[in-house]
Design a protein around this ligand. Structure first.
Ligand SMILES: Nc1ncnc2c1ncn2[C@@H]1O[C@H](COP(=O)(O)OP(=O)(O)OP(=O)(O)O)[C@@H](O)[C@H]1O
Length: 589
């Protein structure tokens, strides 16, 4: 999903600026309040530093009666006002961070989901999710870092520098010598951070990938006692990622001690200079104390600014990677505009269809057949014969490199996305259910389905007995991916979802694999009656399914090697008979 390319500081900066330009304007009202808070923080921090002069001269040097109470009250009032402003500014910054991150995470998710199946099949889902979360979050962090955290620190720094200038302009100028040094230090670290960040992101995605793979296959892990090996795999992935994170942290952490060293140097100079100035009477102790307080206080925002800058280097690289994803044209097939009439079953024709995955050997070679409207046909063949590829091409998950598929004579590449997917329903043996109720999962097949349609679809998929045992009937939750249901119940729910769709072409991929023979017979009979008039294509290894079809297409090594009624094939076709030895399928009409 991510490009492995060099990202220059200029590019990272311009993408940082781009995200600010995009994300800030819609939030300008909240930002205006934030600016008031930030100016408040800066002003009251400066006032606090300046109050040192009043404390030292008023309370200790002049020692006028009641001065201590007055000054204490003033300091408390300034501190309270500063705290309030800091709270407001920090709260708004957190809100910005969250809302902007969420906006970009949603954008990324939508962008990735809009890609073709062919593209998505190449990527690892948990890795995509991890990368997506991290790069989306960086958008919020850049805006918060630059527009909130950095602004408040810059304003505070200016206020404190103002206090320093008011006390001693000459000495303030002298402090300026540290700034080029700070700049050099920070830009040196930034370069290192940028290249380390890209590698960190890759590794973070990797450990999500390893972890989720283990949980997906938890039953295999347990039954093959692979716990230790799995833990070792996960630990290795985490350790590798952590090493990288630590590497970045080590680079970032260098800023603080380096800055402190520079600060210590300047304070040393002050002490000598201050002692000399107050001794000859050209400065009051209060002025010197205010100057040194302002310097010490100014030092904190300067240090924080350098840390923000270093952190921004990392976030801007992530933002650049985010735009790499968002700016890339989605890998999408071009669909035509032709419509398919509703409530009409089209004739399907495959003409010399050949297909290969990438550079691999051909998965389909010269497949031709016509499936008349309303036919019930089985596609059989040994493992790897090309059955799945064939039905994927029928649904246009992939386009064949040669030949074409037509519906009523129209090339499916010329049919609109909506019309094509409205007409075809695919019911897979790998049932995928959302974490909702039975009724909601059935309605996923057809968002316009009425309650009555849902109940009818459930009846036709023979779900009545299941519903009767559930406390809330159709409104009972199915759990994550239908875990509250048995394999057979999940399959029936998937069939009900397909029936609710009211498509004209149905593709069933081993849909009764988890059902006992009795249930299988009942469901097949009910499904066939419910879908009268639609074309039904069954991909199957089960001889029992052949009793319900009019024709069988036999696939072998990507070729269509036979096509006839089950009975005719059973009589004299060796390819068919080798698949279904000892079975003599009947015909259920
Ligand atoms: N995503 C893919 N990338 C590369 N090759 C693939 C991919 N999917 C399938 N193939 C290859 O294409 C050929 C046909 O596979 P296909 O999945 O269509 O067979 P199948 O008949 O459905 O097998 P099964 O009954 O085992 O599901 C096989 O050689 C397989 O290795």
């Amino acid at each position: 999903m991510l490009d492995d390319r060099e990202i220059s500081s200029l590019e990272a900066l311009s993408n940082g600026w781009r995200v600010i330009r995009e994300a800030l304007p819609p939030l300008w009202k909240t930002y205006a309040i934030s600016v008031v808070c930030m100016v408040g923080v800066a002003f009251f921090t400066g006032a606090l530093a300046n109050s040192t002069k009043t404390i030292v001269n008023g309370v200790f040097v002049d020692a006028t009666p009641g001065a201590a109470w007055r000054v204490a009250g003033l300091v408390i009032a300034i501190s309270a006002a500063k705290s309030l402003m800091t709270y407001g500014s920090a709260l708004i910054a957190a809100i910005f961070n969250r809302s902007i991150s969420i906006t970009y995470q949603k954008k990324l998710f939508e962008h990735i989901l809009n890609q073709d199946v062919a593209y998505l099949a190449r990527e690892h889902p948990p890795r995509q999710m991890a990368v997506l979360m991290q790069i989306g979050r960086s958008a919020g962090r850049v805006v918060m870092g630059v527009c909130n955290r950095a602004v408040v620190e810059v304003l505070t720094l200016i206020a404190l520098l103002g206090v320093m200038v008011m006390q001693d302009p000459g000495m303030t100028l002298l402090c300026g010598v540290v700034f080029p040094l700070i700049f050099w230090l920070v830009s040196h670290l930034s370069k290192k951070i940028r290249s380390a960040t890209k590698r960190e992101l890759k590794l973070a995605g990797r450990y999500f990938e390893v972890g989720s793979e283990i949980f997906d296959g938890i039953k295999t892990v347990k039954s093959f006692q692979m716990e230790e090996a799995s833990i070792a795999r996960f630990d290795a992935a985490v350790d590798k990622a952590e090493k990288r994170v630590l590497h970045v942290a080590r680079i970032s952490a260098t800023t603080v001690p380096m800055m402190e060293l520079l600060g210590g140097l300047v304070i040393g100079l002050f002490v000598v200079y201050g002692a000399w100035q107050t001794a000859d009477g050209s400065r009051t102790p209060g002025e010197f104390a205010a100057f040194i307080t302002a310097f010490l206080m100014a030092y904190q925002p300067a240090e924080r600014l350098s840390r923000i800058w270093v952190d921004m280097q990392k976030q801007m690289v992530l933002v650049t990677q985010m735009y790499d994803v968002l700016d890339r044209e989605p890998v999408r097939m071009r669909y035509g505009t032709a419509d398919l009439p509703r409530a009409h079953t089209p004739e399907i024709a495959l003409q010399d269809v050949s297909f290969r995955y990438g550079e691999d050997a051909a998965a389909l070679t010269g497949v031709s057949t016509v499936i008349p409207a309303g036919e019930r046909v089985a596609v059989v063949g040994s493992s790897g014969a090309g059955k799945t590829t064939l039905i994927d091409i029928l649904q246009r998950f992939y386009d064949p490199q040669e030949g074409k598929v037509t519906l009523d004579g129209t090339d499916i590449r010329d049919i609109s996305h909506e019309a094509l997917h409205r007409s075809i329903a695919f019911i897979s043996q790998d049932v995928f259910l959302f974490d909702g109720t039975l009724a909601q999962n059935i309605a996923d097949g057809n968002p316009d389905a009425s309650r009555e349609d849902i109940e009818q679809a459930a009846r036709r998929a023979c779900l009545e007995d299941v519903i009767a045992t559930l406390p809330k009937g159709l409104d009972s939750p199915v759990g994550p991916n239908g875990q509250a249901l048995s394999g057979g119940q999940r399959q029936r729910l998937a069939i009900a979802r397909g029936i609710a769709k009211k498509a004209s072409i149905y593709i069933f991929d081993e849909i009764t694999s988890a059902l006992d023979p009795e249930n299988e017979r009942a469901i097949m009979a009910s499904v066939i009656a419910a879908l009268d008039g639609a074309t039904l294509i069954f991909v199957t290894h089960r001889p029992s399914t052949l009793a319900y079809v009019e024709r069988v297409i036999v696939m072998s090594e990507g070729r269509l090697v036979a096509s006839d009624t089950p009975a005719a094939l059973a009589q004299d076709n060796p390819a068919f008979n080798s698949l279904f030895e000892d079975t003599t399928p009947g015909h259920a009409g």
